[in-house]
Design a binder for this molecule. Sequence first.
Ligand code: G3I
Length: 436
Amino acid sequence: MPKYFKIIALALLLNGSVFAQDTLKSYANKIPMNIGACVDSNFYQNNQAYITVLNREFNTVVCQNEMKADALEPTQGVFTFTTADKLVAYAQQNNMKIRGHTLVWYNQNPSWLANGNWTRTTLLAAMKEHISGVLGHYKGKIFEWDVVNEAFDDSGAGARRSCFWQNVIGDDYVDSAFTYAHQADPAALLFYNDYSTCTINAKSTAIYTMIKALLANRVPINGIGFQSHQQVSDSSASLYANMKVNFDRFAALGIKLSITELDVRMLLPSTQTQLNAQAYVYKVFMQLALAEPSCRTFMMWGFTDKYSWIPSTFPGQGAALIYDENYQPKPAYTALFDVLKTPLAVAPPPFAGPSVAAHGAARLSFDNLSNSVVVRGGKTAHPVHLEMFDLRGSKIAEAYVPGDCRVPVSSFGVAQGTYILRAEGNGAMMRMHTTK
Ligand code: G3I
């Protein structure tokens, strides 16, 4: 090989151009953002094409069905973790994080639970046993859980869904589920998850009101999951603005926002116009996630059209995901890729401070009454590193505080306004509006 070829080859090798491949995962890791898809053990076992894309593009997975109550506790008090454990092992081997889905839902329950002859007391005990059994088993392995799923109905009135949890226990079954989950795994982030909630409507407003009350009552809830089962007809020019105002009000509560089950369905056969409209919807969701510092988990309900719940549930519709049935990327993939490649300037730079392992995971909330930041968790032996950013993503203050404390905003020496606050390496982030 001529000498100058060797020099060019060495130069390419050194700057990573030869082997490093830009993917959704490589860009998401830089933000950092959790990006992933739901999987099922049938999909990734002995399916090399599937595995190649999964491992190349994503850093996070969630079970499509295998962590639901019917799968994990088919007989009361008897837990069957074997299948779900395989996914946990697979994710760990491939350096992926795991979302947990789902603990308390009206659907996919074993018949002993769905058809039991319950009183409020016995059903709460069964709920506690299920949550403790599952979270105890996966303690430290699953970073965030959908604790309660779909507690509101589709009446358009923002009413609670009629189901055995609601009918036997009452509204506060939600409070109990979060409390039991926090007791079982204090470090896991705990989410309320639902669909048709991305814009302001009766359902999202009812959920907003519920979460606000839960927080006021010190119920340990950390976030809202926007399932985001969309359609190409959602691709209006006002989609971003309509979602932003809704996401902002949830972010102002000081909780995390996760996109948990995004897909964008269309009538089959797909047309180029539909695929472009679909790409636009995916793009808007990613732009919105990046614009919200508290939204750093972006999950799709699958990634290849080969495996999707849509065709069996909505006959005649499908093609909802970012790869086609032959694992070829669609315009929707390119849309996500392009947005991730040049994220908005509002995203603060990657954290460069001490690791969570050294300092413990802290959680943040804002107390309007005392104009203080509330830090929960963290190891008291080590200070928690807080960083404050303005809305353009520039760092304007930082502080080291003990775990489990209140920090008056005045101690940061900043003027009244809206800021983004971040705690150490676990990415706990919130947007807050100081009152003084
Ligand atoms: O396990 C049985 C199997 O034994 C049987 O042979 C087969 C025959 O149809 O059915 C299997 O159960 C199916 C199950 O998925 C597991 O494959 C159910 O029929 C089917 O209804 C179920 O669908 C799941 C659906 O939740 C149930 O509501 C979908 O795969 C799953 O993608 C979907 O996921 C939900 C989220 O959990 C919550 N948000 C909405 C989302 C889409 O509906």
